[in-house]
Design a protein around this ligand. Structure first.
Ligand code: ADP
Ligand code: MG
Length: 349
């Protein structure tokens, strides 16, 4: 039986490990936090930092191939592993996705529209960039942002940028033009080593406090919009020589046009609905792709809404269990801290 190494021990790693087990793969998780969500269902855990050379050596020794469940895996770690084991998605995808400036340039290089942007490395850069965008824009740290963290929105020239560069930590930033979107959608797509691709249907995403709240499928957008989003996702997969599942987030404009927001080189929260509404989930699709197995059929058999259970939402579990057509998935986290993703459910419609 082959063993898949998973870097990162959160809920995405947990769901990957469960999908891997169903296809007769063993899994070993590299994660510094003992008894993490993924390790609870994996065969083995290496308790070490993601860049600990001994932990990485151990992972390469135990695993036949290696993947990851979050995009901030140090590129050097992925490259070290890639010298002795297949690492999928390719480390190049990490390089692109880890830095919002590199990512936007890469996406534009694929011929796909993004928000306008300027690198910001000082308060003076910020003020110049804001002036170019008429005083509105979204300032983000180039690295390590997630769930809306490390961001500041300027809605108009009345929003005073004083102190913003310091407030975001004096790290490399990017100012994006403010995209007046109607909706947000995402595409979860997969690419196999032979270049075959498969896209799940786009989901329409609603965020609350910067955290994904619901993903609804099908989205309330026209066919030309979903087609453009699928095409953009496929173009990105091909450009990266990608193997595995990717998540690509888009803004949808009033005229139905799509603007790419960001890519996640991994399974994605907005694809959790696939475990309830498709025969092959995004998690199994990822395992199939990296293991060189045929990709599954991405078509859905049901319309659905996925909702995250964040913090105290966990109290809804007894009621959700009593509902028909609801698939509940909990992540094995002991403490329901505010803002923490504790689980999700998908309601088939
Ligand atoms: N340039 C932008 N214009 C308008 N809204 C934006 C822009 N960038 C981000 N947002 C809003 O903020 C949310 C989080 O930003 P995103 O870049 O996706 O960061 P994260 O990594 O936190 O998901 C987006 O889903 C969108 O709602
Ligand atoms: Mg996002």
């Amino acid at each position: 039986m082959k063993t898949i190494g998973i870097i990162g021990g959160g809920q995405l790693g947990r769901m990957l490990a469960m999908a891997a087990a169903r296809l007769n793969f063993r899994t070993v998780v590299l994660e510094p936090q003992p008894d993490c969500p993924a390790a609870q269902v994996a065969n083995d855990q290496i308790v070490a930092a993601y860049d600990d050379p001994r932990g990485l050596d151990e992972l390469a020794r135990l695993a036949d191939l290696i993947t990851y469940e979050f995009e901030n895996v140090p590129v050097s770690a992925a490259e070290q592993l890639a010298r002795s084991r297949p690492v999928f998605p390719p480390p190049k995808a990490l390089e692109v996705a880890q830095d919002r400036l590199v990512e936007k340039r890469f996406i534009n290089g694929c011929g796909i529209a993004t928000a306008g942007f300027h690198p910001v490395d000082s308060q003076a850069d910020l003020e110049a960039a804001l002036a170019e965008f008429g005083g509105a824009g979204v300032l983000k740290t180039r690295r390590l942002g997630y769930d809306g963290k490390g961001q500041r929105v300027f809605r108009s020239a009345a929003d005073d940028p004083a102190g913003a560069y310091v407030a975001l930590g004096q790290v490399p930033l990017i100012l994006e033009s403010f995209v007046p979107f109607d909706r947000e959608i995402s595409v979860i797509a997969a690419r196999a080593p032979d270049g075959t691709t498969a896209c799940f249907d786009p989901a329409e995403n609603v965020h609350r406090n910067g955290i994904l709240h619901t993903s609804t499928v099908p989205p309330s957008v026209g066919g030309s919009t979903t087609e453009a989003a699928r095409k953009a996702a496929t173009t990105i997969l091909d450009a990266l020589g990608y193997v595995g599942v990717i998540g690509v987030e888009f803004f949808v404009l009033a005229d139905g046009g799509v603007v790419a927001n960001e890519i996640a080189p991994r399974v994605h929260n907005s694809g959790h609905w696939t475990e309830a509404a498709c025969v092959v989930s995004q998690f199994e699709q990822h395992i199939r792709a990296i293991a060189g197995l045929p990709l599954g059929d991405p078509s859905r058999h049901s319309d659905c809404v996925m909702q995250n259970l964040v913090g105290d939402d966990i109290a809804r579990v007894p009621d959700l269990l009593a509902e028909r057509n609801v698939l509940l998935h909990l992540y094995g986290k002991a403490e329901a801290r505010s803002g923490r993703k504790m689980g999700h459910f998908t309601r088939l419609l």
